[in-house]
Design a protein. Structure first.
Length: 253
């Protein structure tokens, strides 16, 4: 039990990596508040799975692109559980699109959800941790795309580099409060975000073939690294970025 009786908040946790992280934290003894955008059934299922583990859970609806969602989420978690120990910034979108004719609204929505949303959420969670006075852990779900490009992701990869950079800067700003800030950098994980993209069999085989561990990732592959960074096992780790990609990044030839 690495997170016994800790209170963990996860954004975008009605499915995919966020849901796996929320359940993974509950498996390690945490109570969990999840933010979700619109998938009521997915959020209810996440809550049910956490409660089945004997832990408490709430689901709070909100669009992370709206500034006020951040404080409302933290307030709801504090009302339910009294405090915030761990904050996982996971919510994100990746609407694949070419660069030269990128619609401004797609570009701006991607920035607002992935980067602005992360900024305001991390700020609200950090203020609560500072008020509590006994530290905390913040983990951002960045991406291998913080380090490498994507021709159909010119609006997306800067947001992932941005949240990685945000963790580096908040690690400095919040270190004196005992708040650790780190990011995980997933490779290609099979979720709804890339279902359409990976429906292209040739692309899917190419992507899988680039991975030394021999398979695409699944959401649960992120749960362990996130629990680790949230836990006291990582008590001297801050400002770090952990690739969780089956070795894809290092596979040049
Ligand atoms: N699947 C992959 O290959 C990779 C995913 N990531 C990142 O992992 C994170 C989670 O994505 P996945 O689980 O893969 O996809 P997903 O599509 O299953 O999950 C994304 C979650 O974010 C939520 N969300 C989207 N917009 C939101 C908004 N405005 N407000 C609140 N919630 C919102 C969705 O409802 C969903 O629950 C994202 O930040 C993504 O960029 C990073 C690297 C690789
Ligand atoms: C959604 C993509 O398949 C996925 O997102 C990322 O951040 C990865 O780098 C992949 O491109």
């Amino acid at each position: 039990m690495l997170l016994k009786d800790k209170v963990v908040l996860v954004t975008g946790a009605s499915q995919g990596i966020g849901k796996a992280a929320a359940i993974g934290c509950a498996q390690h003894g945490a109570d969990v508040a999840i933010n979700y955008h619109s998938d009521e059934a997915g959020a209810a299922d996440a809550v049910a799975q956490i409660e089945a583990l004997g832990r408490r859970a709430i689901a709070v609806k909100g669009d992370v692109a709206q500034v006020e969602t951040a404080q409302a989420f933290v307030d709801a978690a504090v009302a339910a559980f009294g405090r915030v120990d761990v904050f996982v910034n996971n919510a994100g979108i990746c609407p694949f699109h070419a660069f030269l004719d990128m619609p401004p609204e797609v570009m701006e929505r991607t920035m607002k959800v992935n980067l602005f949303g992360a900024y305001y959420m991390v700020q609200a969670a950090a203020n609560q941790m500072v008020k509590q006075g006994d530290g905390g852990a913040i983990i951002a779900v960045s991406s291998i795309s913080a380090l490498v490009g994507g021709g159909m992701q010119t609006h997306y990869t800067p947001t992932k580099a941005g949240v990685h950079s945000l963790m580096q800067s908040t690690a400095i700003a919040l270190g004196k409060y005992g708040i650790r800030c780190n990011s995980v950098l997933p490779g290609t994980i099979e979720t709804a975000i890339n279902k359409e993209d990976l429906a292209d069999v040739a692309k899917r085989e190419y992507m899988a073939g680039r991975i030394p561990l021999g398979r695409l990732g699944e959401p649960d592959d992120l749960a362990g690294p996130i629990v680790f960074l949230a836990s006291d096992l990582a008590r001297y780790v801050t400002g770090a970025a952990l690739l969780v990609d089956g070795g894809a990044f290092v596979n040049l030839q």
